[in-house]
Design a protein. Sequence first.
Length: 94
Amino acid sequence: MTTRKSGRIEKALTKKGFSKEQSHHTYFIFFHNGKKTGLYTYLSHGKKEISKTLRSKMADQLHLSPSDFDEVIDCTKSKEDLTRQYEERGLLEP
């Protein structure tokens, strides 16, 4: 799939533990055990379709492979799976 709807990405990220914060962009910040982490990405306002290239950049910001990021968007990777993956990589404390 070459493009994805920004609304779909937004919904998927908020279901996986990301909090949405509005600024000059829409930021999605990952929270773990009620605390803000350094894991975040953002979408520009007005972007309706997100290209494969931009999704790859978002995946990189979130320390995920593009295929892992697509699993998050497609809801085949659960919040628990994502948290465990971050813990195993040392990006979160267990």
